[in-house]
Design a protein around this ligand. Structure first.
Ligand SMILES: Cc1cc2nc3c(=O)[nH]c(=O)nc-3n(C[C@H](O)[C@H](O)[C@H](O)COP(=O)(O)OP(=O)(O)OC[C@H]3O[C@@H](n4cnc5c(N)ncnc54)[C@H](O)[C@@H]3O)c2cc1C
Ligand SMILES: NC(=O)c1ccc[n+]([C@@H]2O[C@H](COP(=O)([O-])OP(=O)(O)OC[C@H]3O[C@@H](n4cnc5c(N)ncnc54)[C@H](OP(=O)(O)O)[C@@H]3O)[C@@H](O)[C@H]2O)c1
Length: 522
């Protein structure tokens, strides 16, 4: 893709999408399909892919079958496995950008530094880290819920003499062969890379704070015949997708409605542990102390065998500090290592940094979210007119593919846009009472779900309020249905001014021209 060179004058655009992962690309494809072309997708990195560009650690793959973990409108008959590896998913997204001719809309190395809503013009003024400035009517945040890594503040970290990196920023130039490696964390990322690096390193010390529940992974290579059928008889892939979708979807009953059913699932995971780990002491360390489902259920066939290797040790004592070349645990033991790999996850409850999005009267989004993130339909927020978030608060899933949520939100935004056109609306802002009632209902439903009742601490829960601000407490089809109709009554709307008053705005010359053109279009 071409690098984008910013023009000299501030630019005026109808829609600015921020982020070129699954969400930003989906929005761009659907805008194009709707005949809208006055938009761009700004991406801070040099290429597209989001999660699947940034996470390239050994073993990285999706944990929802690829037939479902892909756009419904862009099936890929070429997946090589049930759970495609990272490189294939990234390639899939590159192919989508090519097939849907997105190149002219994509702008790389263009990170949003600040977006400020201007009450006078009812538009967003955007400043990017390449010096570019834009006035956009709509701002669509597709910045990802899991794109800011979390690295714990461990006392003495500055004294560490070895190499360290986070799983999201894997340093492939650093040779792990023969090294003593500490892995901190035992979540979805760590369970994928630990089995890949354990045979290469001299010693792997896994610092596990909480043992995860792990189920067998029903992975396998897809045969040439299957791929032939998916390509030449597309209905076969649609059937497989549908069957997988419903199999995954049925799990929501236990997660959200009948947490007691989780005990049955737990038995399968427990058998998996017993079958794969013979050493009773290790098995004890690896036995979780909460009900399965409370944290994300992990799937792996090679993790327990990796931990059973002679050169791997699982430490459950808390890390107290780092001193020179060693991690010191609460029992006073010194663990000298050459390298620390942080498999410590993401800032999921604080996905957007302070100072990035300023709404009406300069209100920082982070002040609105001081007690935890919230939004209406995970998409809109009072005080932030014309801001639409994709994968905003409470849109995450523990049981199915995030792409289903992304597509539902993109459809909703398109409907909002259509309504804005039809009714000549300059800006839309969700009513505070609508948003607040929606969230009260949501939190009531979440209170009885396994994520709150399962006896664990997880990144699903906001550390300030203890509320679950990340997950959707129901089925994906319920989410789709909830977002099926755009209800104007839920929003305060400001009508578009007539061309006369617009001409008196003090903004740059291109804005007036553009607004007049837009007014005509509407
Ligand atoms: C390792 C890993 C594996 C996962 N596996 C699965 C799975 O199997 N199934 C599943 O359903 N979900 C999975 N997820 C969740 C995954 O994040 C979503 O499925 C999906 O990829 C999110 O897409 P997105 O476009 O919303 O966000 P992202 O893919 O995170 O993309 C956000 C983009 O926004 C850009 N950006 C951020 N801030 C700025 C800024 N200020 N200016 C410009 N650009 C910016 C980022 O650089 C990035 O490219 C996984 C997550 C991780 C981390
Ligand atoms: N497709 C996939 O298979 C896949 C792969 C990777 C990621 N993902 C997605 O990304 C999410 C995040 O996964 P992740 O593994 O990167 O992060 P994660 O699930 O949040 O796991 C982080 C791990 O680090 C530990 N940890 C955090 N801070 C620590 C500290 N100060 N000291 C010791 N341990 C600490 C956590 O322990 P505690 O459990 O005690 O908090 C946990 O084991 C997943 O839930 C999933 O949604 C999916």
């Amino acid at each position: 893709m071409n690098a984008y060179s910013p023009p000299d004058d501030p630019e005026v655009v109808d829609i600015a999408i921020i982020g070129a992962g699954f969400a930003g690309l989906c929005m761009a494809i659907k805008l194009k399909e709707a005949g809208i072309d006055d938009f761009f997708v700004a991406e801070r990195a040099a290429s597209l892919g989001g999660t699947w560009r940034d996470n390239h650690y050994p073993g990285c793959a999706c944990d929802v079958q690829s037939h479902v973990y892909s756009f419904s409108f862009a099936p890929n008959p070429n997946w090589t496995r049930q759970f495609a590896p990272q490189a294939e998913i990234r390639e899939y997204l590159e192919n989508c950008a090519r097939d849907f001719a997105l190149a002219p809309f994509l702008r790389f190395n263009m990170g949003l530094e600040q977006a400020v809503f201007d009450d006078t013009t009812q538009r967003w003024n955007l400043r990017f880290d390449n010096g570019h400035q834009t006035s956009a009517r709509l701002l669509i945040s597709a910045m990802g819920g899991l794109s800011r890594p979390a690295i714990p503040q461990i006392p003495g970290m500055e004294s560490f003499t070895g190499k360290h990196f986070h799983s999201q920023h894997w340093d492939h130039r650093y040779a792990l062969q023969g090294k003593r490696v500490a892995v901190i964390g035992s979540g979805a990322s760590a369970i994928q890379f630990v089995p890949k690096i354990a045979p290469r390193v001299a010693q792997l010390t896994l610092f596990q704070r909480t043992a995860p529940w792990i189920m067998p992974k029903p992975d396998r290579a897809l045969s040439r015949l299957e791929r032939w059928a998916f390509k030449h008889l597309p209905f076969t892939q649609r059937l497989v997708r549908s069957a997988l979708y419903w199999a995954l979807e049925s799990r929501v009953i236990a997660f959200a409605r009948r947490p007691q059913l989780m005990k049955l699932v737990q038995r399968v995971a427990w058998r998996h542990l017993r079958r794969q780990v013979a050493d009773p002491l290790l098995r004890q360390k690896l036995t979780p102390d909460y009900t399965i489902g409370c944290k994300r259920i992990l799937i792996a066939n090679d993790y327990y065998p990796a931990l059973s290797r002679g050169n791997v040790e699982v430490i459950t004592d808390a890390i107290q500090r780092i001193d020179g070349d060693a991690l010191i645990t609460a029992d006073g033991r010194r663990h000298p290592v050459d390298c620390i790999i942080f498999g410590t996850g993401f800032q999921a409850t604080d996905p957007i940094p302070r100072g990035l999005l300023l709404g009406r009267q300069g209100q920082d989004l982070m002040d609105s979210w001081s007690q935890g993130a919230h939004a209406y339909l995970g998409t809109c927020l009072p005080g932030f007119p014309n801001l639409f978030m994709i994968i905003g608060p409470n849109t995450g899933l523990g049981h199915n593919s995030m792409i289903l949520m992304i597509e539902a939100q993109v459809d909703y935004i398109l409907k909002a846009l259509a309504r804005m056109r039809q009714d000549k609306i300059a800006s839309l802002e969700v009513k505070p009472e609508v948003e607040s009632q929606y969230n009260q209902r949501l939190q009531r439903r979440l209170a009885g779900a396994i994520w709150s009742t399962g006896g664990c601490r997880s990144w699903y829960l906001d550390p300030r309020s203890g509320q679950n601000t990340t997950l959707w407490p129901g089925s994906t089809w319920r989410f789709k249905k909830t977002l099926e109709h755009f209800q104007l009554k839920d929003y305060q709307s400001t009508p578009l001014p007539h061309p006369g008053p617009l001409a008196t705005l003090t903004t740059a010359r291109p804005l007036n021209l553009h607004e007049a053109a837009l007014d005509e279009k509407l």
